[in-house]
Design a protein around this ligand. Structure first.
Ligand code: SF4
Length: 448
């Protein structure tokens, strides 16, 4: 759960990166950073918090000189949340300034760490991003591109990355393509970003996705294209369900369109025949709920208002904060809910505590019946590829069946879309997606 940006060959590289990071803020709220290279020196500014909290003046952006930049918004997964792990990570190797941003988690860290430490490598951070640079430094190859290819081919797991090596930019995506990464054009320059909503904000034109197993090297305004590993796509299906913005186009299709289809399939599979209204848990479930209403007799209503101005403190990833944030994040609309049989469409249930509190609020607002419909199958298994799911024990569907969950949530009915229904909603064949958190079928061996 992170967002990354790269700008190549633009006079306002730092400012464009900053704007793109705003568009990607939903991918991480714990830390943000931008690094640039001006032809002689590298510049970096990073800190804990939201983009608006770390970048507070025009001067800060002006100090980030150069026509080439990378940026990152962070949601800590592996490595924990401390400033040393906020990206871009900065290194110096044989007089070359390196800045790297990365989204996803690697899964073969144990053997690589052992090998590198035996060769005398000292690790500066607990972030797996650092492994990539050490592998590059140790790679044997005749050219920069060959060394980079070799380093990337050693990695397993999820990585969409952008790196600066002085005025060279490297862009790569793991062979499964777990996390999204796209390329766009702006004037004579290039933009790389986790999601296309970042391109839209700065007026860049979307060209294509970076392919699974693909590496690009930009130098002297030319682009060299390589395949470093044979592509076997397993895109994270959760990006469509919940994580990406609906106005983004990922894995070749708009998220909004896919979520609407998901909602329609959910309504066909698990209808609520006598409901009065359908509401969403805003914002991530809005389009799924709209799709649900298009295959239902009940109408779509706005029944919950989300407060968007809570700030970083309340999105901190520990349990106490999460419980508190759930209470202040949403407010029910009594006039919509009172005496109604309500279908609440949500994207997923992870711990279940937020939904439990929401149901309580909806009942207190006067709802006669509450029926929950979920746009993903039960999340029963942990994610090793960058999604911040808790341990197996904390995943509520792992140890409670539907009847027990209904009891826990205090609802009249609860139903999830099936794995087949979810896959049928996707724009690509089922084999192109990772569904491991629902099925336990991981497509790689985990060795962290
Ligand atoms: S395990 Fe789930 S969240 Fe993780 S990459 Fe696979 S589909 Fe996405």
């Amino acid at each position: 759960m992170c967002g990354i940006v790269g700008i190549y060959n633009h006079s306002e590289a730092a400012t464009l990166t900053y704007l793109c990071l705003y568009a990607l803020q939903h991918r991480g709220q714990e830390g943000v950073g931008i690094a640039t290279f001006d032809g002689n020196r590298s510049h970096v500014k990073k800190g804990d918090g939201l983009v608006s909290e770390v970048f507070t003046s025009r001067d800060q952006l002006q100090q980030l000189a150069g026509r080439i930049a990378v940026g990152h918004v962070r949601y800590s997964t592996y490595g924990g949340s401390n400033l040393a792990n906020v990206q871009p990570l900065i290194f110096k190797y044989k007089d070359t300034h390196i800045a790297i941003v990365h989204n996803g988690n690697l899964i073969n860290l144990k053997p690589i760490k052992q090998e590198l430490e035996e060769q005398g490598t000292l690790f500066q951070t607990s972030s797996d991003t650092e492994f990539i640079i050490h592998l590059f430094a140790h790679a044997k190859g005749d050219s920069f591109d060959e060394k980079m290819r070799q380093a990337l081919s050693r990695l397993e797991g999820a990585f969409s990355l952008i790196a600066l090596f002085d005025d060279k930019m490297v862009i790569a995506r793991d062979r499964h393509g777990y996390r999204p990464l796209c390329i766009g054009r702006i004037k004579d320059g290039f933009v790389f970003a986790s999601e296309t909503c970042a391109l839209d904000l700065i007026g860049a034109i979307y060209e294509r996705d970076i392919q699974p197993g693909e590496m690009l090297v930009l130098e002297n305004d030319a682009m060299r294209e390589y395949t470093f590993a044979s592509p076997t796509p397993h895109h994270c299906i959760f990006e469509y369900v919940y994580f990406s913005r609906p106005d983004s186009r990922i894995f070749g299709e708009y998220v909004d369109k896919t979520r609407r289809k998901l909602g329609k399939n959910l309504a066909l599979e698990k209808p609520v025949p006598n409901a009065d209204i359908i509401i969403s848990v805003p914002d991530s479930s809005n389009t799924t709920a709209l799709g649900f209403s298009q295959r239902s007799t009940a109408r779509f209503e706005i029944g919950l208002i989300r407060n968007h101005y809570i700030g970083r403190t309340f999105i901190h990833p520990n349990q106490a904060m999460r419980d508190f944030s759930a209470k202040i994040k949403f407010n029910p609309i009594g006039g919509v809910l009172k005496d109604r049989s309500v279908v609440v469409v949500d994207d997923s249930i992870v711990r279940g505590t937020t939904l439990q509190q929401l149901v309580r609020m909806i009942r207190e607002a006067g709802a006669r019946e509450v029926h929950i419909r979920i746009g993903s199958p039960p999340v029963k298994f942990p994610c090793f590829f960058g999604m911040d799911f808790p341990s197996t024990e904390e995943l509520i569907a792992n140890h409670r069946n539907i009847t027990e969950l209904q009891e826990f949530l205090q609802v009249d009915s609860l139903a999830y879309i099936s794995v087949e229904g979810l896959l049928n909603s996707m724009p690509l064949p089922a084999s192109h997606f990772c569904t491991a958190c629902f099925t336990g079928d991981y497509c790689e061996k985990i060795n962290r």
